[in-house]
Design a protein around this ligand. Structure first.
Ligand code: NTF
Length: 841
């Protein structure tokens, strides 16, 4: 008998069971199809941008094939999944990363060349998706790459902002911000999911009732907005697995407000609805500080609520009881920004799923884990209870309840210790009561981690001391890492090739087993190897020289030491100390007779880049000072090419990929105890740049791995910082010293033009306000800088140090970090998707 449905299904299977081929013709076909049918361009009018878009769509098609197979496989096998919740994903450009990961960069290069396009030029057409501020967001992106590569069933969840981090321009030396409307030409990498939406409620009121001894709530009224999903496939390197990044966009709810419409206020009603879209319009540009703005809390709850519902929906497809939820789902909180997700899960379990409190609590507790990224007090989130109570009334109820039960336990454990109870309370008392989100996250998670050994130890000794005492073992360390696919192979193809040639391994092998770089150690004094290494570095310096000319108009020599400091501008990171030293060096050159200069000074190009939060006056003043100093020095013919200073504008992921491979020296000079980890330090080391740095964050572990003799380490350690701060407090004022005084005087006297915006900082530092210990570390810093010059003069020694750095950088692959999270926190293992066997054209 003819079974119509069965035949139909078979036909469909046959049609869809094919994969795009990787031969030249198939690639070209898939690209030109998109030119014609997706972009509707004719063969006479498509430029590099059109070619980029069409190629991106063609690559996305391939990703979708494995992405669909992957998700289906995980569902069929009921795989345990990890969800990484983050308000920021600083992905950087996706095209090269995708081509490299699915191993078709060469075929695409050839196929495009054959029809008249250079792949490298197409890379430049892509806008940076810049949905993050700095290290925290970039870490999330590296983690996604590693999880896909290690075949960990993972989805990232975040927000699809219309505006990413602002673009930084420099006008008269000052930072000016302009909006980054990155979607203006569409985004070929994402898949809009009209079929995946959730309602999210704000404000309103709660009706409580007693359900056989359990108090439950019904949350009603208020505003309801829609969360719509946008998916970006995340391909792993050298695997068929393809994970997903799901970002939410806010939309108005389709249920019309008939009253307002019928009252005749059509425009007003539409205007109200448009406000919904505002929630996901813009990324907050503050790195390491929190504003307490209602819209920010709305963003947080909006994406957490949609995410939790999405995870529950997926779980319920294959499960009819709650017993296995935590065994199948692990949720990692990237800092406290998504902390409200745990309360949302608890709320749904109690109010909607009608679970008893203990069971709901247990499920939540066993599902969540929390990563802390900072000890800076201004970055620790605290939300006013008024704000939460108004926006999320039921969540505030639950937080109070959690706090009540928690404090009961504290009292039981430490009877009579009232000060401990108030120290540990999730609520900070005062006129404006506040919820301490970090404490809430600790209490609601099974595991908490810091991001470098020193940072994790500091957490235990300082801000989380009481918690470490009460829950020994709960606080762990997971030292950060970076993906070597982007941070060696993509950004430094010359070095990648040199490595492959030298250790006689395909890049596909060592890039997933980075400790095999150790073999390079044997070549750190090998003449041929050094020759090639120096060639790679100078090619990269040339590339940066061009970039600098193009972006700043400044000419820099290539036969000079490239000294780089790129990161967000912050007092604790001490770009200020860097520029003070530059001024000192300039004054020294000026004081030295012409004929002695060449033998006394190594030519240097000092490059500093990074964005300042728009409301951070001191950071902006530092940018202005750097630019003014650059202006003066670069135009002083008397100094010539001995010293050049450049402020690298609009530092972002794609700029980093040019800057980092060209650096010879890189600065990581934060006050000990302030930089939780740092991740660019790892990227610089992998690219053969030597670190001048303090014993802070991951620098400590870098020194352990590569040897302190291969770095320029200086400065106060954490206990000395504490002592100095205490002395400042007690009135110590003798810390300036004559050489630093000279530098201050030069700034004040107008040597660098009008830099009055920095005067406040100078005054404060002189008068006991040197909280970040610039003056304490200044002289050791000078000594370390002298050592830098001395070493650079002995170039073979310099090369040996930088090669040793590369060779021993393997620990800092984010693959290692993710493996540790998998073993110690998530207890999850790899699920490898079978590669398709058929590949009909
Ligand atoms: C940052 N934290 C730290 O300041 C960096 O040291 C660290 O490398 C990255 O996190 C990644 O762990 C933050 O951005 C924040 F928001 F926590 F302050």
């Amino acid at each position: 008998k003819y079974d119509e449905a069965k035949v139909g299904t078979e036909k469909l299977w046959e049609l869809m069971n094919s994969y795009i081929g990787s031969d030249k013709r198939s690639i070209q076909r898939s690209i030109v199809n998109h030119v014609e049918y997706t972009l509707a361009r004719s063969r006479f009018s498509f430029d590099d941008f059109g070619a980029y878009q069409a190629s991106a769509f063609s690559i996305r098609d391939r990703l979708i094939e494995s992405w669909n197979d992957t998700n289906e496989y995980f569902t069929t096998n009921d795989s345990k999944r990890v969800y990484y919740l983050s308000l920021e994903f600083l992905l950087g450009r996706l095209m090269q990363n995708a081509l490299v990961n699915i191993d078709v960069e060469e075929p695409y290069k050839d196929a495009l060349m054959d029809i008249g396009y250079k792949l490298e030029n197409l890379y430049e057409e892509e806008v940076d998706p810049a949905l993050g501020n700095g290290g925290l967001g970039r870490l999330a992106a590296c983690f996604l790459d590693s999880m896909a590569t290690l075949e960990i069933p993972n989805w990232g969840y975040g927000i699809r902002y219309d505006y990413g981090i602002f673009k930084q321009g420099i006008v008269d030396g000052y930072q000016v911000e302009s909006p980054d409307y990155w979607l203006s030409h569409g985004n070929p990498w994402e898949i809009e999911r009209q079929d995946v939406t959730y309602h999210v409620r704000f404000y309103g009121h709660v009706k409580k009732y007693n359900d056989g001894g359990v108090e439950r709530g019904v949350w009603e009224g208020g505003d309801v907005v829609v969360a719509q999903a946008y998916d970006t496939p995340i391909p792993g390197f050298n695997t068929f697995n393809c994970n997903n990044l799901r970002l939410w966009r806010s939309r108005p709810c389709n249920e019309f407000d008939f009253k307002q419409f019928n009252a005749g206020d059509y425009h007003g009603a539409i205007g109200e609805r448009q406000k919904a879209e505002y929630i996901t319009s813009v990324l907050y540009p503050n790195d390491s500080s929190e504003g307490g703005k209602e819209l920010r809390l709305k963003q947080q709850y909006f994406f957490c609520s949609a995410t939790i519902r999405d995870i529950i929906r997926r779980y319920k497809k294959t499960h009819s009881t709650w017993n296995f939820f935590h065994e199948k789902n692990q949720i990692q909180l990237n800092d406290t920004h998504p902390a409200i997700a745990s309360i949302e899960l608890l709320r749904i379990l109690i109010d909607e799923e009608k679970l008893p409190w203990d069971q709901a609590w247990g499920i939540m507790y066993k599902t969540f884990a929390y990563t802390n990224h900072t000890v800076l007090p201004e970055a620790l989130e605290k939300w006013s209870t008024k704000l939460i109570g108004n926006l999320l009334p039921r969540h505030l109820d639950l937080i109070y309840l959690i706090n009540f039960f928690f404090l009961e336990k504290v009292k039981q454990r430490y009877p009579g210790d009232n000060s401990r109870v108030s120290r540990m309370s999730l609520i900070e008392e005062g006129d404006d009561k506040k919820v301490r989100m970090a404490f809430l996250s600790i209490v609601c998670s099974h595991t908490v981690n810091g991001v470098a050994a020193l940072h994790s130890e500091l957490l235990k000794k300082t801000i989380f001391k009481d918690f470490d005492e009460m829950f020994p073992g709960k606080l762990q360390n997971k030292t950060n890492g970076v993906t070597p696919r982007r941070w060696i192979h993509c950004c430094n193809p010359g070095l990648s090739k040199l490595i492959s040639d030298t250790i006689m391994e395909e890049h596909t092998t060592w890039l997933t087993n980075l400790t095999s770089l150790r073999e390079l150690s044997a070549y750190s004094q090998d003449e041929d190897f050094i020759k090639r290494f120096v060639q790679v570095k100078s090619d990269n310096k040339l590339r940066l020289q061009k970039w600098v000319k193009e972006h700043t108009g400044i000419d820099i020599p290539t036969n000079a030491l490239y000294d780089v400091m790129v990161k967000r501008i912050h007092e604790y990171k001490r770009q200020f100390m860097n520029i003070l030293y530059v001024i000192h060096r300039y004054l020294q050159i000026k004081e030295t007779p012409q004929h002695e200069r060449a033998s006394k000074f190594v030519p240097r190009v000092v490059m500093i880049g990074g964005k300042a939060a728009p409301g951070y006056a001191n950071a902006k003043a530092i940018i202005k000072l750097i630019n003014s100093v650059a202006q003066k020095i670069n135009n002083d013919r008397d100094v010539g090419e001995l010293l050049k200073v450049v402020f690298l504008p609009n530092y972002c992921v794609s700029a980093a990929q040019i800057i980092i491979p060209a650096a010879e020296l890189s600065q990581h000079i934060s006050t000990a105890g302030t930089e939780a980890s740092g991740t660019s330090n790892m990227k610089f080391i992998m690219n053969g740049s030597i670190i001048i740095g303090t014993m802070d964050g991951a620098n400590v572990e870098i020194a352990e791995e590569i040897g302190a003799e291969n770095m320029f380490i200086f400065g106060a350690l954490v206990p000395e910082v504490d002592t100095f701060r205490k002395q400042l407090h007690d009135g110590r004022r003798d810390y300036i010293g004559s050489r630093l005084r000279k530098v201050f005087d030069a700034i004040r006297s107008g040597t660098f033009g009008d830099v009055s915006t920095i005067h406040g900082m100078l005054y404060s530092i002189e008068n006991g306000g040197d909280y970040y210990c610039v003056c304490l570390d200044y002289y050791p810093y000078l000594t370390a800088q002298e050592k830098v010059d001395e070493t650079y003069r002995d170039y073979p020694k310099w090369c040996k140090m930088s090669i040793e750095g590369i060779a021993k950088s393997g620990k800092f692959s984010s693959d290692r970090t993710i493996q540790e999270y998998c073993m110690d926190i998530w207890k999850v293992s790899a699920v490898s998707i079978p590669k398709p066997t058929t590949n009909p054209q």
